[in-house]
Design a protein around this ligand. Structure first.
Ligand code: 4NP
Length: 148
């Protein structure tokens, strides 16, 4: 799961998917990263932690890191939150196989529409809830796919 800072959107996507994978008893590695270096080592934004906790999906233990080219070797699927994340991640792709791993996460719930998960960082509380709703739906659909 990849966003810009790895403190708002992608840690929530990471936490939701980790929880659902564990509940389903699947052995799948889930992680997240940011394309930018601003927040390396930081916990998720306090507002996103509060939203996640209120939905029974605490993400306090996650720490931000930057996306690295080796992530293409470590992961089969790379979900990005917006077009800018997509371009940044694709700029590190070495092969067509790497490129094929990258997908806009909301294409899970809204196929082929290339919708973006809005960045809640500079907005109000409601933005965090909206991100939660979008990512909960997308990760539910992803889980159905992974189980099958
Ligand atoms: P995220 O949100 O990409 O969802 O983690 C942001 C976090 C930090 C900044 C921008 C977006 N920032 O400019 O520091």
């Amino acid at each position: 799961m990849v966003c810009l800072g790895n403190i708002c959107r992608s840690p929530l996507a990471d936490g939701l998917l980790r929880k659902k994978v564990a509940e389903a008893g699947l052995d799948i590695e889930v992680d997240s990263a940011g394309t930018a270096a601003y927040h390396i080592g930081d916990p998720p934004d306090v507002r996103m932690r509060a939203t996640a906790k209120s939905k029974d999906c605490p993400i306090d233990d996650l720490r931000a890191r930057q996306f690295v080219v080796e992530d293409y070797d470590r992961f089969d699927r790379i979900y990005v939150m917006d077009e800018s994340n997509k371009n940044n991640v694709l700029s590190l792709a070495r092969t067509a196989e790497d490129e094929a791993k990258v997908e806009m996460i909301l294409n899970l719930s809204h196929p082929s529409m290339d919708l973006e998960v809005p960045d809640p960082y500079f907005g109000g509380e409601e933005g965090f809830l909206e991100v939660y709703q979008l990512l909960d739906e997308a990760t539910d659909i992803l889980m159905n796919d992974l189980k099958n």
